[in-house]
Design a protein around this ligand. Structure first.
Ligand SMILES: CC(C)[C@H](C(=O)O)[C@@H](O)C(=O)O
Ligand code: SF4
Length: 469
């Protein structure tokens, strides 16, 4: 038998039935849900007179619409308030565990899954949310689904799927000083483009990926979707198992031993074949920022806004449009771009290590006077509590940052945290699309350390000038 990849193994383990047309019915081990993509799915169940088949494999949390301040006041926007209310009511009606907005464990769905030990190696995991790829960091096959599929999983705990192709992205060598998982994620998308992973599940491999912490691997897998991939994966190893062990929903006792035994068999076989291979060198990755309205529009912070001529002819019109939206001109030094807003948060970069990296830069410095909002939004209540125990909140507050409650916040304009039209934001999130952080907002994606550097200088800045090795 030919060697199998990690993806092949998880897939094979979950096939319930195969059909003549090449699709397969796949069992879903874990279903995360949030308030945005579930109301219609629950309604569909009601109309059909169905129950949720496996409420015990389902976990709910509100995140997109929750305000990150004034948590105990009513949510001002009626639509947001209704979505959050509906999630709770539907979970009560259908017997699903719901982490309430003001619970200590609340947070962004992709932060709380791993934190709670709900995310495990080898499982299939879905959520009505594109950044479900994050959980692939544990060697779980995790991907986003649409609302009608959410209903299908509710009703049957399965999905009808067509298998993707196998792709491997290897990042060899080591990362330079102040270069983080976010820079690796951006470098990969810059190299392969937003369509580079289409039709594939990407396994991230190589020394750089092995060396990354679980937090870093989550950042990397989080952005798999921005390269068009169905999912991102990292083979589980001892670091993975150490992270999972002792989490509230992780297996214990004999179950743990059995799980560990199985998890160790998951990494791909040495002779497994990938349909596509891409190799990057870690030492060639600099701290990166985006200059355009697509996550593939990346450049080293030491660089300039690219010229139209540097693109293939068919791309130039789009680049021109994107630069006009961003208010940038070719040849402009990226370090000369002033920013009025800073966002440190999102399911890409709101975990404890992200906050530590940002705090290390912010410590003893002040947010620049041209910066009007500098938000630090922990990914969950538990991250917030940990950060406070370490005194990170004090560092941020003394530097002039705004220390908030957990949620999606300024990552997208579904709650009160928005970037005003025409203003720029140095943001640790994953999407710089037109209007993503508010109508007319201009987003520059970067790492937490780079966002903190931008906050204290008031412009995009090479963090390596502020911190020494
Ligand atoms: C609102 C939700 C469905 C959406 C997603 O699917 O990703 C959001 O989380 C995002 O990041 O754009
Ligand atoms: S933090 Fe941003 S990317 Fe992540 S789930 Fe929320 S809105 Fe989507």
């Amino acid at each position: 038998m030919m060697g199998r990849t990690l993806y092949d193994k998880i897939w094979d383990d979950h096939v319930v039935a195969t059909r003549a047309d090449g699709t397969a019915l796949i069992f879903i081990d874990r279903h995360l849900i949030h308030e945005v993509t579930t109301p219609q799915a629950f309604e569909g169940l009601r109309v059909a007179g169905r129950r949720v088949r496996r409420p015990d494999l389902t976990l709910a949390v509100p995140d997109h619409n929750v305000p990150t301040n004034n948590r105990f006041a009513a949510i001002a926007d009626p639509e947001s308030a209704e979505q959050v209310r509906l999630l709770e009511a539907n979970c009560r009606d259908f017997g699903i565990e719901h982490i309430a907005m003001n619970a200590a464990e609340q947070g962004i769905v992709h932060v709380i899954g791993p934190e709670q030990g709900f995310t495990l190696p080898g499982v299939t995991m879905v959520c009505g949310d594109s950044h479900t790829a994050t959980h692939g960091a544990f060697g779980a096959l995790a991907f986003g689904i649409g609302t009608s599929e959410v209903e299908h999983v509710f009703a049957t705990q399965t999905l009808l799927l067509r298998k993707s192709a196998n792709m491997r992205v290897t990042v060899d060598g080591a990362l330079g000083f102040s270069v983080s998982a976010k820079d690796v994620a951006l470098a990969i998308i810059g190299a392969i483009g937003t369509g580079g992973g289409t039709g594939h599940v990407i396994e991230y491999a190589g020394d750089v990926v092995r060396y990354l912490s679980m937090e870093g691997r989550m950042t990397l897998c989080n952005m798999a979707i921005e390269s068009g991939a169905r999912a991102g994966l990292v083979a589980p190893d001892e670091k993975t198992f150490d992270y999972v062990k002792g989490r509230p929903r992780a297996p214990t006792g004999a179950d743990w031993d059995a799980a560990l035994h199985w998890w160790r068999t998951l990494p791909g076989d040495a002779d497994a074949r990938f349909d596509r291979e891409v190799v990057l060198r870690g030492d060639e990755i600099a701290p990166l920022v985006t200059w355009g309205t697509s996550p593939e529009d990346v450049a080293p912070i030491t660089g300039v806004v690219p010229s139209l001529e540097s693109f293939e002819a068919h791309k130039r019109a789009a680049v021109e449009k994107s630069l006009a939206y961003m208010g940038l001109t070719p040849g402009m030094r990226l370090e000369d771009v002033a920013v009025e807003n800073i966002f440190i948060g999102s399911c890409t970069n709101s975990r404890i290590e992200d906050l530590r990296a940002a705090a290390a830069v912010a410590k003893g410095r002040r947010v620049a006077s041209n910066v009007r909002q500098a938000l630090v939004v922990p990914g969950s209540g538990l991250v917030k509590r940990q950060a406070e125990a370490e005194g990170l909140d004090t560092i941020f507050i003394e530097a002039g940052f705004d220390w908030r409650e957990p949620g999606c916040s300024m990552c997208l304009g579904m709650n009160p945290d928005k970037v005003p039209a025409g203003e720029r934001c140095a943001s640790t999130s994953n999407r710089n699309f037109v209007g993503r952080q508010g109508p007319g907002a201009r987003t520059h994606l970067l790492s937490p350390a780079m966002a903190a550097a931008a906050a204290v200088t008031g412009r995009l800045t090479d963090v390596r000038q502020l911190v020494t090795a």
